[in-house]
Ligand binder design. Structure first.
Ligand code: F6R
Length: 250
C-alpha cells in the first residue's frame, strides 16, 4: 500500500480527481468502482467541474457502486442510487445503461447479489475502485468479521455504522438495518484501489491500519494489504495519530 499524505479534504479530492480523469482519458471505456458517503463528494464535485470545463467524456465509462441499502427505493433521497444521481451522474454524460448499483428493493435478495457479481465479473475487472473507510474499518459495508473471500452479499449494519450514517436521515430509526454490498473478494479484484480518508474521526482506524501488520477479518480494510496496487490518499487529520517513522506500509 502506498500512503500519500495530503493537506486536507480539498487536496485529497483534487488529487483523486486527477487520477480518475487521467484514467478516463487514457482508457475511455474504463470501469470505475464508486463509493457513497461524505468522503467522495469533493472528488465528484471536481469531476463535474472538469466535465463542464474540459468536456472529459464518460460516454463509454461503466460505473459499479459498492453498496445499497436493503428496502430503499432508488427514488428515495436516502438511497445510494439517488445519492449518485444527485452528486455525480446527473451532471456528467455517463449513459444510464452503464450505471450499476445493487437493487435494494429486489424481491429475491440472494439472486440480486448473484446478478450483481455476474455484472461485476463481465469482461475485464474494475480499473479503479474508490473506497472510503468506516471508523470501525469497514470498506463497502463489509463490517468487522466479514470473510475476506466474500462476494456481493447482504449485511446487517453495525450500530456504529447506522449511527454514523444517521446524519443523512431525519432520525436514527430511519437508517436501514441491512445493505447489499460488494464483498471483500469482489473489491480486491479491482486492478487499482484508491482509499480516500479525511478527518480526525478516521485517525484511530488509520493508526490501527498503518502501524500494525494486522491482516484480520476484524479489520476489513486490512485486506487491502493483500492487494498489489493500493493508494491511500489521507489528510493530515486522518494521519494525525500515525508517526511517520511508524508507518509499516509505504
Ligand atoms: C459507501 C461505503 C462506506 C463508506 C464509509 C465511510 O459506499 O461503502 O464504506 O465509504 O462508511 O463513509 P464516509 O465517507 O461518510 O465517512
Amino acid at each position: 500500500m502506498k500512503v500519500l499524505e495530503v493537506k486536507d479534504y480539498h487536496e485529497m479530492s483534487s488529487i483523486a480527481s486527477r487520477i480518475i480523469i487521467e484514467k478516463v482519458k487514457s482508457k475511455p471505456d474504463c470501469k470505475l468502482g464508486l463509493a457513497t458517503g461524505g468522503t467522495p463528494i469533493g472528488l465528484y464535485k471536481e469531476l463535474i467541474q472538469d466535465y463542464r470545463k474540459n468536456g472529459t467524456s464518460y460516454d463509454h465509462v461503466c460505473t459499479y457502486n459498492l453498496d445499497e441499502y436493503v428496502g430503499m427505493d432508488p427514488e428515495d433521497p436516502n438511497s445510494y442510487r439517488y445519492f449518485m444521481e444527485k452528486n455525480l451522474f446527473a451532471h456528467i454524460n455517463v449513459p444510464e445503461s452503464h450505471i450499476h448499483i445493487p437493487d435494494g428493493t429486489a424481491e429475491f435478495l440472494e439472486a440480486e447479489c448473484e446478478r450483481y457479481d455476474v455484472e461485476l465479473n463481465r469482461g475485464e475487472g474494475v480499473d479503479i475502485q474508490i473506497l472510503g473507510i468506516g471508523s470501525n474499518g469497514h470498506i463497502g459495508f463489509n463490517e468487522p468479521g466479514t470473510s475476506f473471500s466474500s462476494h456481493t452479499h447482504i449485511v446487517k449494519l453495525a450500530e456504529t455504522t447506522r449511527k454514523a450514517n444517521a446524519r443523512f436521515f431525519q432520525r436514527l430509526e430511519e437508517v436501514p438495518t441491512h445493505a447489499i454490498t460488494m464483498g471483500i473478494a469482489s473489491i480486491l479484484k479491482a486492478k487499482q484501489i484508491l482509499l480516500l480518508v479525511s478527518g480526525i474521526k478516521k485517525a484511530e482506524v488509520m493508526k490501527r491500519l498503518l502501524t500494525t501488520n494486522e491482516i484480520d477479518e476484524q479489520l476489513p480494510a486490512s485486506a487491502l494489504k493483500k492487494h498489489q496496487n493500493v493508494t491511500i490518499l489521507a489528510d493530515e487529520n486522518a494521519l494525525s495519530l500515525v508517526k511517520k517513522a511508524h508507518l509499516k506500509y509505504k
